[in-house]
Design a protein around this ligand. Structure first.
Ligand code: GLN
Length: 475
């Protein structure tokens, strides 16, 4: 019998002790997938045949004692990340038929470590959204309550891990897309520091914010996955050229009491759900009882994070998405003239939210508006970064709710774009500043919906975040 809540570490131990085989473990994931995916809609593409082959190959390696760190562990990948020979659409119709000829660097690293690819997960189109309702292939539903959203944009990844369709997932976070669905689905999700992991092969959204990170069932698993994924990549000039810390070994370093900052602004937001606040505050009390020092801090520019984010991200979007014109990749709608072909391919291939962002971004970058919007937003971004620099003189970490509320109803916010944008209010600031943020599950509402707490670290200091979270979750 394979337990549903298996972590990577437990599964690896089970495989090596021959309690079960990778073929059995992978079968088990597909059993859950077949039972639950029809209603949850977490997967875009399911790779059962190749996965069973990979699992068999993993068992052969284990039998010979030649296993690597992830040998035989089933995983999923967000559909906005390229996988060689496997359809990768970004959940947008314009790439409905796109089959990349290469693996994204992170996927290649995870696969070289022996993991078994179960399939590609549904997401908001090209990562644009906070509920997974902007997928052109239908929303992903929350496994705790199917009338609620999974969160977004990496909702399919979160659901695949939360239900046991895979043991971990690789996803992308620009402004909350890993952390927020992780919190809605009761799992762990890390947005790494900007530049820590390669984005080569990840469909770009906003290049000055995009990151790739893991979603899993424990802090130790997140640390392990980061050790496999992180590091310099000659194919991505934004990756940091240094050695990746020994995240896993550092987890068990002797306990150090830390100075933990609690930013006032993250508890006073309008529209904040009371139960969420109470659950996170209870978790914060627990931090203190573990011997850490709590300090109230202020990040006054937090209130500008959403306006700044929604100028800068659409601006970068409008430029990045220019490459999708129906000529070079994916689906083409033939028009009478070349211009019509571009226009019709884009009209049919992008959902409303993507079109909205392209228009806002093009507007914000155009002559006459550039100074008023784009340049102004860049200046405020700098002030927001300085907020963090200042408080990190006095504290080692910041702790906040991941989201102001738990999973909301499917359809509840789809007609109110601003309400949807506000879902990112606690995730966007760390994104703009390039800081790492880990969402950890800290409880459930009375209605049974998970609530997440976000731990924000100094840039490139994931180690402290992991060490802190690991000690909290262990004791
Ligand atoms: N919800 C945010 C947005 O729509 C986050 C997206 C992301 O992180 N990819 O921009």
């Amino acid at each position: 019998m394979i337990p549903r809540e298996l972590t990577i570490q437990e599964a690896s131990a089970g495989l090596q002790k021959k309690v079960f085989s990778s073929v059995e473990l992978t079968h088990h994931c597909f059993d859950i997938l077949k039972k639950k995916n029809a209603s949850l809609n977490a997967f875009m593409t399911v790779c059962e045949e190749s996965a069973m082959g990979e699992a068999q190959a993993a068992d052969d390696l284990i039998a010979k004692g030649r296993h690597a760190r992830l040998t035989g562990i089933p995983f999923s990948v967000k559909d906005a990340i390229c996988t060689r020979g496997i359809r990768s659409t970004g959940s947008a119709k314009i790439l409905d038929t796109y089959v990349p000829p290469f693996d994204a660097t992170v996927v290649q690293k995870i696969r070289s470590a022996g993991a078994v690819l179960v399939g590609k997960t549904n997401c908001d189109a090209f990562g644009h959204g906070a509920s997974n309702e902007n997928s052109m292939y239908g929303p992903v539903r929350n496994p705790y309550d199917e009338t609620k959203v999974s969160g977004g944009s990496s909702g399919g990844s979160a659901v695949s891990v939360a239900t046991g369709m895979s043991l971990f997932s690789i996803a992308e976070d620009t402004g909350g897309s890993i952390r927020q669905p992780a919190s809605f689905c009761g799992i762990y999700g890390l947005r790494p520091s900007y530049g820590r992991n390669s984005r080569y092969g990840v469909m770009p959204m906003a290049s000055s914010l995009d990151t790739v990170g893991p979603m899993a069932r424990s802090v130790a698993d997140i640390a392990l996955l980061m050790e496999v994924m992180a590091g310099h990549d000659p194919k991505d000039a934004t990756t940091v050229n240094d050695t990746v810390p020994a995240y896993v070994k550092n987890l068990d370093a002797p306990f150090t009491p830390l100075r933990v900052g609690i930013p006032d602004e993250y508890f006073e937001t309008e529209g904040m759900d009371e139960e969420t606040r109470t659950i996170v505050l209870r978790a914060i009390d627990d931090i203190q009882s573990h011997g850490h020092t709590l300090t109230r801090v202020s990040l006054p520019y937090t209130k500008y994070a959403i306006p700044v984010y929604y100028i800068l991200v659409p601006s970068e979007d409008s430029s990045n998405l220019g490459r999708l014109d129906g000529i070079r990749y994916g689906v083409q709608k033939q028009g009478e003239t070349l211009f019509d072909t571009y226009a019709e391919s884009r009209a049919a291939g992008f959902p409303e939210e993507v079109k909205r962002r392209i228009m806002i971004g093009t507007y914000a970058l155009s002559a006459g508006y550039y100074d008023a919007y784009y340049r102004k937003a860049q200046k405020v971004r700098t002030l927001l970064c300085q907020d963090f620099d200042r408080v990190f003189h006095d504290v080692d970490l910041l702790v906040t709710p991941t989201s102001p509320f738990p999973a909301f109803g499917v359809g509840e916010k789809t007609h109110d774009v601003l309400a949807m944008y506000l879902a990112d209010i606690f995730a966007a600031p760390a994104s703009l500043a390039g800081l790492p943020g880990l969402s950890v599950p800290v409880g459930n509402t009375k209605g049974g919906l998970p609530v997440g707490m976000q731990i924000i670290g100094k840039r490139l200091d994931e180690s402290t975040v992991f060490h802190f979270a690991h000690h909290l979750s262990l004791t």
